[in-house]
Write a protein that binds this ligand. Structure first.
Ligand code: ZN
Length: 468
């Protein structure tokens, strides 16, 4: 956003008159314009670190410093003078890089970790449908917090939480509450729910309610809303998307996920719906013509390789999308299928899958995979001006990886190391919007024991009811 536009928002007071600036634009405004109110004077400097900025202009630095001030990346370089009185963090032996961005995750399903079973009836969809009916608002909050804690442990600083157990605005707000308490940046997608009849319209009243709440209450300043669209076959898709766009909400949709769904992206194209605010999930069965249409429109595609492969959707079309220059990003999707939320493993799988499919050791550079997990993700969510790379002026969403750990020491090809060797346990430090969320390998604001206990209790109580 340019300065003029920001000043206009400030002067006109549009932002405070909530409801008029929805979606990612208002999130951007919130993140930038309320910074002086919501940030304390937090400032710190990380010195003598290896820095991967994922900014094409800045590149990488050796033995350099990152200065964080008022929630922003203030400076990166080799000779930064240390302002008086600020904390100095020793970065020797660490890699500093942008926080990872997950672009597709049904966080409420985290209580159902690895619960997709071994028969038609126990499969992922019927299983999640059965449990979804039993979730209370409290369960939604517990599940989302459990997922957010795992995200933070793994170095994920932004999530796209696709809530498709949105039985009421309160069910969505319960998830928002958890994300706000965790201190993670998030696009929350207000979706439908598992057994919602096609005759039941999308809950736009609820969407407006949640949107207003997120804009009015400062505790939600890192959250912004989007539409988790009904499927391509829904007969009011066009009017839903028109309404969403009137509200300035970006749109996310599962499409062309497997061979049975072939042609769905073509249908979106023929309805005139594909635009740069569209975020397609999976696309494993995308055709060459559809890839061209997506590229033309500026829409993004998120691949979630672990869930896609586990459920039998086939392999992600990583090379075809990459060659066409489509903006691609990565996601966890659901720990019901993926087991865990390890973005390093997701990156490694994508890299190896890509070279395997190309039958070429040198086909995809890990730099490209790192982009998918950072700046491309930010672009997918429409927040590339505020996060996704270590660029001075952007919000300070960054992580430090410990090169002294057994599995992550020796060698010096840093991008290869991050994609091929790193694991969540190497994430030593996490900072989001200038706030330190993980330090010395420990989460600073969440009690993981309590979170695990709450999650297990909530799951057990639903599980008992299912098996009665
Ligand atoms: Zn999904």
């Amino acid at each position: 956003m340019d300065l003029k536009r920001r000043n206009f928002i400030k002067k006109s007071g549009i932002f405070t008159a909530a409801g008029f600036l929805p979606g990612s634009f208002s999130a951007l405004a919130a993140a930038l314009d309320t910074s002086s109110e919501v940030q304390n004077n937090n400032a710190f400097i990380i010195r003598d670190a290896n820095i991967i900025t994922v900014d094409d202009v800045l590149g990488n630095f050796e033995n350099a410093s990152v200065l964080v001030k008022n929630g922003k990346i203030a400076e990166i370089g080799e000779n930064i003078s240390v302002p008086e009185g600020i904390e100095v963090i020793n970065g020797k032996g660490f890699i500093v890089m942008p926080g990872l961005i997950d672009c597709h995750w049904h966080m409420w399903t985290s209580l159902l970790r690895s619960m997709a079973g071994d028969s038609e009836q126990q499969g992922y969809f019927p299983m999640t449908t059965r449990y979804s009916r039993l979730y209370s608002e409290k369960d939604m909050k517990i599940a989302t917090k459990y997922a957010a804690a795992e995200a933070l442990q793994s170095g994920i600083t932004t999530v796209c939480d696709y809530n498709h157990n949105a039985r009421s605005p309160a069910m969505v707000l319960a998830g928002c509450e958890a994300l706000a308490e965790a201190g993670i940046r998030a696009q929350v997608l207000y979706g439908n729910y598992r057994d919602q009849e096609p005759s039941e319209p999308t809950h736009f009243d609820g969407i407006r309610q949640v949107m207003t709440k997120l804009q009015e209450d400062k505790k939600y300043h890192l959250l912004f809303l989007g539409l988790g669209s009904r499927g391509v076959g829904y007969n009011k898709l066009k009017s839903d998307w028109e309404k969403a766009r009137e509200l300035n909400l970006r749109i996310s949709i599962h499409a062309s996920s497997n061979e049975d769904q072939k042609g769905q992206i073509q249908k979106l194209e023929s309805l005139g719906l594909l635009k740069s605010d569209v975020h397609i999930i999976h696309g494993n069965a995308i055709t060459p013509q559809e890839i061209k249409a997506v590229k033309r429109s500026g829409a993004s595609i998120t691949m979630t390789p672990y869930s896609e492969m586990r459920i039998g959707y086939g392999l992600p079309k990583v090379n075809e999308l990459h060659e066409a220059g489509v903006n691609t990003s990565l996601g966890v999707d659901t720990t019901g299928l993926s087991g865990n939320a390890d973005m390093f493993a997701i990156m490694k799988l994508i890299l190896n899958l890509s070279n395997a499919k190309a039958k070429n050791e040198f086909y995809l550079h890990p730099k490209e995979v790192l982009k998918m997990a950072t700046i491309n993700g930010a672009r997918t969510l429409g927040i590339e001006d505020i996060t996704g790379s270590l660029t001075p002026g952007k919000r300070a969403d960054l992580i430090m990886l410990n090169r002294n750990d057994l599995n992550f020491s020796s060698g010096k090809r840093l991008e290869h190391l991050i994609v091929e060797a790193a694991q969540p346990k190497n994430v030593h430090f996490v900072c989001i919007d200038g706030k330190i969320i993980k330090r010395d390998g420990q989460l600073t604001r969440l009690d993981t024991d309590e979170i695990v206990n709450d999650a297990e209790d909530a799951f057990e109580s639903m599980h008992r009811k299912i098996n009665q």
